[in-house]
Design a protein around this ligand. Structure first.
Ligand code: SAM
Length: 281
């Protein structure tokens, strides 16, 4: 019994409190939270109530929306968002990068700029970096590459910048990639690995909310990956965000979306190359 403690937190979020938060999250971040996700949201917010010593969801939401509480808004969105990601997730995109995009691009330029938009804890931008680096190691012409990862979640960005992952996270990736790009923590009991500095120096992270009116970016990209993020948005918001992202994609550059996402009937300035792979026209 001594491992358990009594909790005073009210066990359930009521419908009106759930709607207050769901409406705010959709208006501010684009994320739709349908009714069936009420208990998922409740359990994610529980962490915040516990950290703050607040006993009811209603009280927490009043605190959250009190003037000047932007830090708690950030903490809330960090826990409410879904951050599932993996190295080499939807791997055919990385194969396409290696087989088509990089050979094509290296005939035109020595530099490539890539944006992983909605990058979570960094596995996607680092996989992009491994792929370009592998291409460079196998070819005479080398590409100077810069990879940018953005997310609305600050904790995700901090994790991405730290570049430290559990061994389980890299269990499924090829052994030579593990050996080449990851350093083992000296304390073997910790089961942690860190991405090598030569890769980290080419990967930069910044915070960006897709719903921001203007994206404060001063560059255009050759490839934008925006995967498994827009799926949580309404169709209308997806189209608005994609139009904004495409403003930062060079003509002839590639847009890659997640395998379960589609831009069907959106009439965007792109042509289909392959399922989920588009070229800006
Ligand atoms: C499921 S992860 C996808 C990660 C990666 N792209 C992948 O496919 O593995 C979705 C990420 O989108 C981020 N996100 C959600 N809403 C966002 C918004 N309004 N602006 C920017 N990022 C957002 C979340 O914080 C989360 O890290």
């Amino acid at each position: 019994m001594e491992n358990f403690e009594r909790t005073n937190i009210e066990q359930k979020i009521n419908n009106s409190d759930f709607l207050r938060i769901a409406n705010f999250v959709e208006e501010t971040y684009g994320l739709k939270i349908p009714d069936f996700k009420k208990y998922l949201i409740q359990s994610r917010l529980y962490k915040r109530l516990k950290a703050l010593g607040i006993n009811s969801y209603g009280e927490y939401i009043d605190y959250l929306f009190a003037p000047g509480n932007s830090q708690e808004i950030q903490n809330m969105i960090d826990v409410v968002t879904t951050h599932k990601t993996d190295f080499y997730r939807e791997n055919d995109h990385f194969e396409f990068l290696n087989d088509v995009i990089l050979p094509e691009h290296s005939k035109l330029s020595n530099n490539i700029d890539i944006w992983s938009a909605g990058c979570s804890s960094g596995e996607e931008p680092y996989t992009l970096a491994f792929t370009v680096n592998e291409f460079n190691d196998k070819n005479i012409s080398k590409l100077n590459y810069r990879i940018y990862g953005s997310d609305v979640s600050l904790t995700s960005i901090q994790e991405a910048q730290n570049a430290v992952y559990s061994m389980n996270k890299i269990a499924g990736i090829p052994l030579y990639i593990k050996k080449k790009y990851f350093l083992k923590n000296k304390d073997s009991e910790k089961n942690l690995v860190k991405i090598i500095p030569e890769i980290r120096k080419n990967v930069h992270f910044f915070k960006l909310n897709f719903l921001d009116k203007e994206y404060n970016l001063d560059k255009e990209f050759d490839l934008i990956m925006c995967r498994n993020t827009l799926i949580y948005f309404s169709r209308e918001t997806q189209e608005i965000v994609l139009r904004k992202l495409l403003k930062f994609l060079k003509k002839g550059g590639y847009l890659l979306i997640g395998h379960s996402e589609s831009i069907f009937s959106m009439n965007l300035p792109v042509k289909l190359v392959k399922t989920t792979i588009f070229k800006k026209i």
